[in-house]
Ligand binder design. Structure first.
Ligand code: PEP
Length: 251
């Protein structure tokens, strides 16, 4: 099955109004000839501004987190899926390693947030990945297998049908040290196999993104992997030119 390529930007807690405006203007001008799908996930407060800037472009909008609670209510500081959908988002990054490590998000919380996305008609991009210590101890497959198992055990079937998985080795995020194309393809094939063991049809259609120091100069080699369906891009998504160069490498 041919799957679409998705290039998703994760701005993390970066950017300001001027940067949003410049990015939106330049990406809108530069993305017409691309065949890959583009998505940019900005801080909550800039979603509306990015939406205005991207009006008429083919770039979709996403958020980087959402509340696990579906219904509105007394959850000070939280933003639920319905609000994000209302604001024009189509996707939400869920379970990024920074949220797991810094904010203590467990597999159960990640699954609840993925379900909360789908309850609001949003597509969850669920991040999985191993630490350097785990890779060096030959635990990569055990760690990723457990993360996939948790997702399948804890999420609704309706959620699993909508999920995109981002493989983000933690040692490659923000370090400038990407996985090699062989490492990325090897892990993606493993992940697709884990999904196929549970649902062969879903395994063929599910998009598997690679994330971790993707840059214009390594993107094409990473995308050559048969099971690599795009990228989740942090640092290189903050500027339109590098984001577009990565998107061009995807076709
Ligand atoms: C990320 O934030 O998900 C990420 C992959 O960051 P970077 O591309 O900067 O490594």
């Amino acid at each position: 099955m041919s799957r679409r390529m998705l290039i998703a930007g994760n701005w993390k807690m970066n950017g300001d109004a001027a940067q949003v405006d410049a990015f939106a203007r330049d990406v809108t001008q530069g993305s017409d000839s691309l065949s890959a799908d583009l998505l940019v996930c900005v801080p909550f407060v800039y979603i509306e501004r990015m939406k205005q800037g991207l009006a008429g472009s083919r770039v979709a909008l996403g958020a980087q987190n959402l509340a696990a609670e579906v219904d509105a209510g007394a959850f000070t500081g939280e933003v639920n899926g319905a609000m994000l959908a209302d604001t024009g988002c189509s996707h939400v990054i869920v379970g990024h390693s920074e949220r797991r490590a810094i904010y203590g998000e467990t597999d159960a919380v990640v699954a609840a947030k993925a379900d909360a996305c789908v309850a609001a008609n949003l597509k969850p991009i669920v991040c999985v990945g191993e630490t350097l210590e785990q890779r060096e101890a030959d635990e990569t497959e055990a760690v990723l297998g457990a993360q996939i198992a948790a997702l399948f055990e804890q999420c609704d079937a309706a959620t699993l049908a909508q999920v995109t998985i981002a493989y983000e080795p933690i040692w490659a995020i923000g370090t400038g040290r990407s996985a090699t194309p062989e490492q990325a393809q090897g892990v993606h094939a493993f992940l697709r196999g884990q999904i196929a063991d549970r649902d062969a049809t879903l395994a063929q259609s599910v998009q598997l993104l690679y994330g971790g120091s993707v840059k214009p100069d390594n993107a094409a080699a990473l995308f050559a992997g048969a099971d690599v369906d795009g990228a989740l891009v942090g640092g290189a998504s903050l500027k339109a030119d590098s984001f577009l160069d990565i998107a061009h490498a995807a076709g």
